[in-house]
Write a protein that binds this ligand. Structure first.
Ligand code: EPU
Length: 429
């Protein structure tokens, strides 16, 4: 069992380069199933969610070549059966993307039911509604979602609310369907646009990605391409907040500043300097106190739920009382009790957190309760006095490439430490 150990109180300074976006990469990698030729994906982050995807591909018979750690060649032509192995798919939410991609290619898919997870219940009713609009039927067989269509025929899909995964799956199923599919009330996140750009580079006909209405005209054949994943908006935002919380001065490189606007605006509202350049942002903190502010998470271009735990952590150090509302998932404040162990004053009622700023955080043993909560613990540890030990860091490894190395290079006193778990100790007795 590995832990991250941080001796806090060091200012972060220098430069950090942002990796490819997890939430774009998991969709793009899944989309290679639709490609009729080999294709190469660049700027793939080296994170455990991608490692699991690659294992799923290999188990399904695809030919995967890791050209270097961030560049992967996919040849999925050898996949014969539209089913994803149970034990692998259960471990990642984005495995639901195999439903859309296998359905798009084979007109049938068996994918283990995505269970409840660390953010609460994660239903897929909107995904299934999209498949049904295109002519597919669904049922549950031995714990797997089974979707099947004699043929997929373009249609109108109207989402009841904003869903990133539902929009991705609708695009996957529509891209080779007959005729025109119109997706209304579509999600607008940068990773939706990136998926559409990737598919269009292979010869798909997708228009309007990034707006509420996406039009997909089905094509018969998708050719090979080489495509680079966009930089990770949330990784970039996490380093912006880490720089601020440590009262540092950091140039965050390889970003798309436009994707960061909601985060930039809130940092500036707190009195923190953010300078924007073509493909980098610089975050620097002067001597003054952090100014309190309120946050309400929203779908893109609003403030992202995936930045809420990290930003709330920064707000624990602001003067005065801040309110944070996050109702996108049921369970996004589980980190609050961990932060309280570090002397933060954060009270949660339902989907609202009230944060009373404190003068300082203090190091403590804490847990990463999910991916972004884990990033929040890292930020808290960097800002705190004393030593913070973060356990359950496999959550963090799902989405942050080389976080310990990147923060060390910025001057943090941070290391990975191996401690045997109780199970391992019991075996060695
Ligand atoms: N929802 C339904 N039914 C559905 C689909 C979604 O009720 O059929 C609900 C969800 O339970 C949630 C809300 O709708 O309450 C929004 O869910 P959405 O489908 O947008 O989320 P997702 O596709 O499961 C992606 C990201 C999440 C990110 C959310 C919101 C990926 C792989 N995951 O999840 O990322 O929080 O969008 O932006 O893209 C993360 O990276 O840490 C992460 C959790």
């Amino acid at each position: 069992m590995e832990k991250i150990v941080i001796n806090g109180g060091r200012r972060l300074t220098g430069e950090v380069a942002i990796s490819g976006a997890k939430n774009a990469a998991v969709a793009i990698v899944a989309a290679t199933i639709l490609c009729d030729e080999p294709c190469i994906v660049e700027n793939v982050p080296e994170i455990s969610d991608i490692a699991i995807c690659l294992r799923i591909f290999k188990a399904m018979g695809a030919d995967i070549q890791v050209i270097n750690k961030n560049t992967i060649r996919f040849d999925t032509r050898n996949i014969r059966k539209p089913s994803v192995p149970y034990e692998l798919a259960r471990t990642m939410r984005a495995s639901s993307y195999f439903l859309g991609t296998l359905l798009g290619r084979f007109h049938e898919a068996f994918v283990p039911l995505p269970g409840g997870c660390d953010l609460g219940d994660r239903p897929i009713d909107q995904h299934l509604k999209a498949f049904s609009a295109l002519g597919a039927k669904d049922d549950i067989v031995n714990g797997c979602v089974h979707v099947k269509a004699d043929e997929l025929i373009g249609s109108q899909i109207y989402f009841d609310f904003n869903t990133v995964g539902g929009t991705m799956n609708a695009i996957f199923a529509a891209v080779k369907a007959q005729g025109l599919t119109i997706i209304e009330n579509a999600a607008k996140e940068p990773h939706i646009v990136d998926l559409a750009n990737f598919l269009n580079a292979m010869g798909a006909d997708i228009r309007g990605a990034g707006t509420d209405v996406i039009k997909v005209r089905g094509v018969e054949y998708l050719k090979g391409t080489t495509y680079a994943v966009i930089p990770d908006q949330i990784e970039a935002g996490t380093y912006m907040v880490a720089a601020a919380a440590s009262r540092g001065d950091v140039l965050i490189k390889n970003v798309i500043p436009k994707h960061l606007e909601s985060i930039t605006a809130k940092l500036r509202a707190m009195g923190i300097s953010v300078q924007e350049f073509d493909d980098s942002v610089r975050v620097s903190v002067g001597d003054g106190p952090f100014i309190r502010t309120n946050i309400k998470t929203m779908p893109h271009p609003g403030f992202p739920t995936d930045m809420q735990p990290q930003f709330s952590t920064l707000l624990t150090l602001a003067e005065g009382t801040s309110t944070v509302i996050d109702d996108i998932f049921d369970n996004r404040f589980r980190y609050a009790s961990e932060l309280r162990r570090m002397s933060a004053d954060i009270q949660v009622k339902g989907t609202v957190a009230t944060i009373q700023g404190v003068k300082r955080l203090t190091g403590a043993p804490v847990k990463a309760t999910d991916l972004r909560a884990g990033a929040a613990m890292v930020i808290a540890g960097l800002a705190a006095e004393g030593t913070t030990e973060i356990s359950d860091i496999y959550h963090i490894e799902r989405g942050y490439e080389g976080i310990v190395d990147k923060l060390s290079a910025l001057g943090a006193d941070i290391k990975l430490v191996y401690t045997p778990s109780n199970d391992e100790l019991a075996v060695s007795v």
